[in-house]
Design a protein around this ligand. Structure first.
Ligand code: PLP
Length: 405
C-alpha cells in the first residue's frame, strides 16, 4: 500500500472546515499546505514561553530564545544535509532567499545568469531586474516539459555563465530536475548553482553537501509550516562572498557614524529581529515531515495523481500539461479544458462542491505568454489528500465540462 493512512488528517485542523455544508476539499497544496497541529503547538508554546531577543539580550528570556532559534537552525541544517549551521540563513520565504542572493552577490561586469523558461516569478524577476539595471546578462534555457531538462543543451548554454538558477521541482508541471548532473556540469563550466527548492523539499530528500549545490532556498509554508519563514542554504565559501543587501540591527559587531564591522555568518545576513514564531513552527514542520518521510509522501501523492490522471484523461477536451506519466509529475496536475475558461471551472468546483484548486498562470506568467497558452487549472495533492477526494474532484470536473461546455 503506497497511500498514507487517512488518520493523518486528524493532524490538520483546517480540514474540519465545511464549505456550504460539505467537507472542504483542499487541492492547492503546491501554493501553500495546510498547517499541521504540532506546528501550531510549537508556535503557541514559543509565544507563551520565555520570549526575548535572539542574539542580543543576554538575560534569561533572551538566552532561552537564542537557544530555541539556534536549535531550529540545527534542525534545518540536518534536514538539508548542510555541513555547518552557519550555512543556514533564516529568511521570510523562498522569494526573499533568492532576492538575498541576487542583490548581495559580488557580480562582475559581463556576468551572465542562466535560468530555465519554467521559473516561478520568484526565480525570474530578481534576475530580470538585475539585467535591466545592466548588472548581469540574463539568458533563458528552454525546457521541454514532457522530456525534462536536456543536459547537453544545458552544457552548451553554460558557456560564460556565472550563476545558474533553476527549480528543484516545477510548480507548473511537477517535473523534477537532476540536480547532481546539473551541479556537475555547472561547476565544470565555472558557474555557481542556486536551486529554488520551494516545490522540491516536501517530496525529495535533499543533501546539499553531497549534491554540491551552492545555494538552496525553501519556504516553511509548503511543508505544513507557517507563512513568513523559510531558509537559504549557502555553501560557506559562497555565503562569505555576499554583501548583505539588508543591513541593520543584529548584523554588526561594532559601528561608528561612518562604518560598521559585520558579524560572522549567518548573523550578518539576518538583519533585524527575526520571525521567531515562524522559525519555531518551521523546525516543527521539518520534524513532522521527517517523521512522515519525504519518499513516503512522494509515493502517496503520485498514487493520487495516478487516480486523477486516469479520471481526467477520460474526459473529452481535457489536456494535461507536462508528461503523461503521473510519476513524473509528483504532486501536481495542471490541465486545460479546450474551449473552456479555467476561471469558470475553478469557481464551479469551489461553489458547487467545495473543491479548491488553483487557476491562472500559476506565477509562471512568462511561460504562458511565450506559449500563448490559456490559463490553466492546477490540482495539487499532499499528505492529507485522499483518493475519495480525488475521485470527487474528477467527477465534478466531468460534470462541469458537460454543464459549462
Ligand atoms: N518557487 C516555486 C517553484 C514556487 O512554487 C513558489 C511558490 O509557489 C515560490 C518559488 C515562491 O515561494 P514563496 O512565495 O514562499 O516565496
Amino acid at each position: 500500500m503506497t497511500l498514507l493512512d487517512p488518520s493523518i488528517r486528524g493532524d490538520f485542523p483546517a480540514l474540519e472546515q465545511r464549505l456550504r455544508g460539505r467537507p472542504a476539499v483542499y487541492l492547492d497544496s503546491a501554493c501553500t499546505t495546510l498547517r499541521a497541529e504540532p506546528v501550531i503547538q510549537a508556535m503557541v508554546e514559543l509565544q507563551r514561553g520565555p520570549l526575548g531577543c535572539h542574539g542580543r539580550s543576554a538575560h534569561s528570556f533572551g538566552r532561552a530564545t537564542s537557544l530555541a532559534y539556534e536549535g531550529a537552525r540545527e534542525v534545518v541544517r540536518g534536514f538539508l544535509g548542510a555541513r555547518e549551521a552557519r550555512e543556514i540563513v533564516f529568511v521570510r520565504n523562498t522569494t526573499e532567499a533568492i532576492n538575498l542572493v541576487a542583490w548581495s552577490f559580488p557580480w562582475r561586469p559581463g556576468d551572465a545568469v542562466l535560468t530555465t523558461d519554467l521559473e516561478h516569478n520568484s526565480n525570474l524577476l530578481p534576475w530580470q531586474r538585475l539585467a535591466r539595471q545592466g548588472r548581469v546578462v540574463h539568458r533563458v534555457l528552454r525546457v521541454d516539459p514532457a522530456a525534462g531538462l536536456d543536459l547537453a543543451a544545458l552544457q552548451r548554454r553554460l558557456q560564460g555563465v556565472r550563476l545558474l538558477a533553476l527549480p528543484h521541482v516545477s510548480n507548473l508541471f511537477g517535473i523534477d530536475f537532476p540536480l547532481a548532473e546539473v551541479v556537475r556540469l555547472a561547476h565544470r563550466a565555472g558557474a555557481v548553482v542556486l536551486v529554488d527548492g520551494a516545490q522540491g523539499v516536501a517530496t525529495h530528500p535533499v543533501d546539499v553537501a553531497a549534491l554540491g549545490v551552492d545555494f538552496y532556498a525553501f519556504s516553511f509554508h509548503k511543508i505544513f509550516g507557517p507563512g513568513g519563514g523559510g531558509a537559504l542554504y549557502g555553501r560557506a565559501e559562497q555565503l562569505e562572498t555576499l554583501r548583505p543587501f539588508l543591513a541593520g540591527g543584529g548584523t554588526v559587531e561594532s559601528a561608528t557614524y561612518d562604518d560598521a564591522r559585520f558579524e560572522p555568518l549567518p548573523m550578518r545576513l539576518e538583519a533585524g529581529v527575526g520571525n521567531y514564531e515562524a522559525v519555531a513552527g518551521g523546525a516543527a514542520a521539518i520534524q513532522y515531515l521527517q517523521k512522515l518521510g519525504q519518499r513516503r509522501l512522494h509515493r502517496h501523492v503520485v498514487e493520487l495523481n495516478r487516480i486523477a490522471t486516469q479520471g481526467l484523461s477520460r474526459i473529452d477536451r481535457v489536456e494535461i500539461l507536462g508528461p503523461a506519466d503521473p510519476e513524473k509529475r509528483g504532486s501536481i496536475l495542471s490541465f486545460h479544458v479546450r474551449g473552456m475558461q479555467a476561471e469558470g471551472l475553478a469557481r464551479m468546483l469551489d461553489h458547487s462542491a467545495g473543491i479548491m484548486v488553483r487557476h491562472g498562470k500559476l506565477c509562471v506568467h512568462a511561460w504562458f505568454d511565450a506559449q500563448r497558452a490559456p490559463d490553466a487549472i492546477r490540482a495539487s495533492f499532499s499528505a492529507y489528500t485522499t483518493p475519495d477526494e480525488v475521485q470527487r474532484f474528477v467527477r465534478t470536473v466531468a460534470g462541469g465540462v458537460d454543464m459549462l461546455g
